[in-house]
Design a protein around this ligand. Structure first.
Ligand SMILES: C[S@@+](CC[C@H](N)C(=O)[O-])C[C@H]1O[C@@H](n2cnc3c(N)ncnc32)[C@H](O)[C@@H]1O
Length: 399
């Protein structure tokens, strides 16, 4: 009763589960020890006079019940987490346990209880494993474990990324912004490209409306605006939009495609921070398909900056890559050195410059946002089969 409402809070869920498990395990230990010491007396107290003197394995009964209590907390946390796979797995194990216990009725009481202890213990272990490192949120599904960002891309520097995106912007800006089949070599239809931006912004606005957040703004920041695909769509709902990018050729394309009637301003920012903007300058900060390409330490710096430039009561919508999927290509992202992947992209896929990807665990993002004074309202995750990455979008507010 106390724990359930807290499990619905994305920011608090991980801590709630930890505390609930610790409290429950402590109480469980008392019950099991009590049952071991006062077994016969308890049997008589609970069952009445006919159980007086009965030789029942009370501590093992207590152990099954205790383990089930832990399983229940884990199960609720997985359900609140929207993780249907783990929840289904746990239910399956419950069915198996019931079958085991029912089938074992021909056995002695001791064997039935032992079977139940083993099954429930395995269940608790499975639940703990699937929960390990999990932080859940809103409509989020699965969260990767580590609290630190993947260090494998630590060798990639801010300058390298800037150079790469400058080259990508020079060679094939629209394709580099949105890699889709048949669009390479300047073959993106500009209208379709911009329409895609409008539909992305429309989907975000519906989500924000569901969350009770504003859907139109005074001054919006589109961080990593590229060719202005999203800036222009945002300008339909904002008085002004500042599109910021590290790549001058991308910005030149954005300006040439701009149909916002002067509401978009495209600005070059070659710094790993946003110091050119004042505290609280924007009531919307939006970034999509950008942070995933940056080194982890740079992402961390920008996250704090997004909160700083957000006005009190404002909203930030931040898109980040969480972890590679467990697919063959996902394994390559997971285990191959970044430089090798970059080389493969250039040699085999003929990319003008590599497009790197960085894993940013959700828990790390949430911790950083909180440390910067922001609040995480909701997270949505998708397993993107085209990139082989789990991608997450965060709605942040500044109280
Ligand atoms: C894949 S594109 C996405 C563009 C745009 N957000 C969209 O979805 O249409 C990534 C963009 O991020 C820009 N970028 C990369 N690092 C950046 C940084 N440190 N600061 C600003 N922009 C950056 C790139 O130049 C590129 O234009």
């Amino acid at each position: 009763m106390l724990v359930l409402p807290r499990l619905a809070d994305p920011g608090d869920r991980a801590r709630t589960v930890r505390v609930a498990l610790a409290v429950c395990a402590g109480l469980d230990a008392l019950v099991v020890v009590g049952a071991a010491v006062f077994g016969p007396q308890l049997a008589a107290l609970i069952g009445g006079a006919q159980y007086a003197g009965a030789d029942l394995p009370m501590w093992r009964f207590a152990l099954v019940g205790s383990l089930l209590a832990l399983v229940q907390i884990l199960l609720f946390s997985r359900i609140a987490h929207g993780d249907r796979r783990s929840a289904a797995l746990i239910w399956l194990a419950v069915v198996a346990e019931v079958a085991l216990v029912a089938g074992g009725l021909r056995w002695g009481v001791g064997s039935v209880v032992a079977a139940a202890v083993i099954a429930t213990g395995l269940l608790a272990l499975a639940g703990l494993r699937s929960r390990r490192g999990a932080l859940s949120a809103g409509t989020t599904r699965i969260v990767s474990g580590p609290t630190r960002a993947a260090g494998r891309f630590a060798g990639m520097s801010f300058d390298e990324v800037r150079r790469d995106w400058t080259l990508l912007g020079e060679r094939d800006p629209l394709w580099a912004v949105y890699v889709a089949p048949g669009t390479r070599g300047g073959r993106w239809d500009v209208e379709e490209f911009l329409a895609l931006g409008r539909s992305d912004v429309a989907a975000t606005r519906s989500w924000l409306a569901e969350l009770g957040r504003p859907t139109s703004w005074t001054r919006a920041l589109d961080f990593g605006c590229g060719a202005g695909r999203l800036s222009q769509a945002l300008a339909e709902h904002a008085d002004s939009v500042v599109g910021v990018d590290v790549s001058a050729p991308m910005l030149a394309t954005a300006r040439s495609l701009d149909r916002s009637g002067g509401r978009c301003d495209f600005v070059l920012n070659e710094a790993p921070d946003l110091r050119r903007f004042a505290d609280g300058e924007f009531d919307l900060v939006y970034t999509a398909l950008v942070l995933q390409h940056l080194p982890a330490d740079v992402v961390e710096g920008y996250l704090a900056e997004f909160v700083r430039v957000l006005a009190p009561g404002g909203t930030a919508v931040l898109h980040c890559s969480t972890s590679p999927l467990w697919t063959v290509k996902g394994m390559i992202w997971r285990f191959a050195p970044a430089r090798l992947i970059g080389l493969g992209q250039r040699l085999f896929l003929r990319y003008p410059a590599p497009m790197r990807m960085t894993a940013m665990p959700q828990r790390r993002v949430v911790d950083l946002i909180r440390a910067a004074g922001g609040s995480v309202e909701a997270i949505q995750s998708v397993d993107d089969r085209s990139t082989h990455w789990r991608l997450s979008t965060y709605v942040i507010t500044r109280p």
